[in-house]
Design a protein around this ligand. Sequence first.
Ligand SMILES: *Cc1c(COP(=O)(O)O)cnc(C)c1O
Length: 412
Amino acid sequence: MSVIPVLEADVLRRQDPELAEILLGELARQSTTLQLIAAENFTSPAVLAALGSPLANKYAEGYPGARHHGGCEIVDVAERVAVDRAKALFGAEHANVQAHSGSSAVLAAYAALLRPGDTVLALGLPYGGHLTHGSPANFSGRWFDFVGYGVDAETGIVDYAQVRSLARLHRPKAIVCGSIAYPRHIDYAFFREVADEVGAYLIADAAHPIGLVAGGAAPNPVPYADVVCATTHKVLRGPRGGMLLCGSELAERVDRAVFPFTQGGAQMHTIAAKAVAFGEAATPAFTAYAHQVVANARVLAAGLAAEGLVVTTGGTDTHLITADPLPLGVDGRAARGQLAAAGMVLDCCALPHGDSRGLRLGTAAVTTQGMGEGEMAGIAALVAGVLRGRVDARSARDEVRDLVGGFPPYPG
Ligand SMILES: *Cc1c(COP(=O)(O)O)cnc(C)c1O
């Protein structure tokens, strides 16, 4: 089966060869280069089928049973299934699956709990806070008064003592825990304790680890946070989108914060695809996947460290690794370019120490492809070979093509 149903029917190719070529070109790029971006994954053909379904045609403002449009009987069922599956998967009393993205979920969490001008304590952007955690370029930085905590410059671990002292000093209305680049588990019980001490809401932005939570490979923030925000497209391996989890007492505020406060019509094809992904994530196969993601990341981190890169926190508990390649004579930005030329796609990121940028990579996508610890060791060696100039871009590209050729993301 083709993963792009419209192309299988040849409809797009006949009607719009220009776009068909772009879609197939992207499929080829994803299949012939190494996908090490920590936030990416390969969704299943079933998820792609739901995304490409006629549910994309349906307008459905509101919530199941209370829509502003007619004809919602069937999509109502899709949303109820998605909500029920999300609640069961994460042990939450309430789930909202309408958020269009991770950022929309964070926006809705703030809208549910805060007023403009409120003080919010979150991980500072230089340490891995997301744009929605107070960037001046984002609504969050303009509408709220953000105070940033950091990580220990030596160890890279969240400076929990600083979290407590800043919370006591600033008495924030909300505390946000979660990051775009934190490789370790977060101590949610600690954050809950501090939030309770200062009378703050606790918002867990679990966009990255939520898929590990689903597979039992990372601690679940749901019992601790007032609201959990997440994406559905990172380790969780669903469609691009967001969701919120909370207790029953905040359910109505969260729902109204999504619609009608910050969004319009729900994207029913995406919600159906989220339901498919939640169904997949509830299987033993996904539990095995989540644990393999972490095992792979540990081997990759150890391999990079053995090659001389400085791995933040000395390793990882998750799918995500950040590392400084400077000891190999190249900073993160240049390294990303060299590795891209060699067919290895990853990001650069801020590092807790110093001014140079580091590399951020993850194992969610390669693990979905079926790669294991042996391949991770090979990837670490290849990364170092390229950055040290031992392997030229052309032979690295050939090596990458051989490697990924054995693990097609969409066989056939
Ligand atoms: C990825 C991410 C987001 C944003 O998700 P989008 O879907 O890109 O809007 C928000 N917060 C954190 C911590 C993330 O990692």
